[in-house]
Design a protein. Sequence first.
Length: 398
Amino acid sequence: MADSHYDASSNGDINRGGYSTEKEQPRQSQDHISHLADPFGDEELAEIKYRTLKWWQCGMIMIAETISLGILSLPSAMAVLGLVPALILIIGLGIVATYTGYVIGQFKLRYPQVHSMGDAGEVMFHPLGLARFGREFLGSAQLLFLIFVMGSHILTFSVMMDTVTDHGTCSIVFGIVGLIVSFIFALPRTLRKVSWFSFASFASILAALLITMIAIAIQRPGDRKIDATTTVSLSKGFLAVTNIVFAYAGHVAFFGFISEMETPTDYPKTLYMLQITDTSLYVIAAVVIYIYGGKDVASPALSSTKPITAKLAYGIAIPTIVIAGVINGHVASKYVYVRLFRGTDHMKKRTFFSVGSWIVISLVLWVIAWVISEAIPVFNTLLSLIVSVTGSCKRDSY
């Protein structure tokens, strides 16, 4: 059983990353699957320490990962569905996201060895004798989702560069530039180092949205016709709904975030910090931009204003376009890295092999993401495909 791999005493109590007590030991010996163990182990003498995130740092990472591209599609989704249905969906899904996020936190505390959706799948399917299937199915879904999100950020980077430079060169070149920039920023192996980028990411999307809302309120490019409800085809309605779901689809990375928290029991504070922030911003941005942009509001929403204002908004949004993708890329790379080296010294040492492996894994994933961004060069369509293929099934797992 897992007790041979997982030394609770070496990792401290529940507030220091070990999560266990003497009372819980019999339960753990029955519930843990043999090969699973805390992927980071005892970090007292480790060169690389992963469990270093304060709750507010983790909260900022979650905000930066969640409030990015998803919010840019909400005004157009509202234009398709109508003001009232879209508001109900945004607020309702915000409540659902809060609940499912809380369940993920409780699941993580109950099974501290879980680092990814794949690990969670193994635990959930174990009683059915399908532990390996659960691990591979949910693990593959998580990795596929993250790679597609990385691709959507490269695509948005291309759109941004195309707008700012007035179609200065081929979009493929812009995509390659986005690939290189994202890969470089994704090189740190711990989330604590990535967390400092998250402040710039949130500040940039907030500033870009404020500029867009103010400019669109002044310019009023739309027809000023506001529909409380609309009649829409199934395909267009489905596309709009999945874009709203995508705005809350950050849960895929939560296990990895909690795993690197210094005090995992503080996770509910990070969750409430995220959900209050994202739901409030989603409602405000969607309503304001839709009201002044009208039924033909663009997606991404930053393109709804006059060209010079759109250039300014896109320029300011560069940090969130890059960094939010980097966070997802980091989680994807960490998933593969942990799968390969869990329980080995490569997890906590800086050797040529361990560093080289991390770089190669990250590079391969970003190249795949770039290929996807070139194959599906339409923003709304790519977001919808991401949610349709993987996003909804992972949320429904809880």
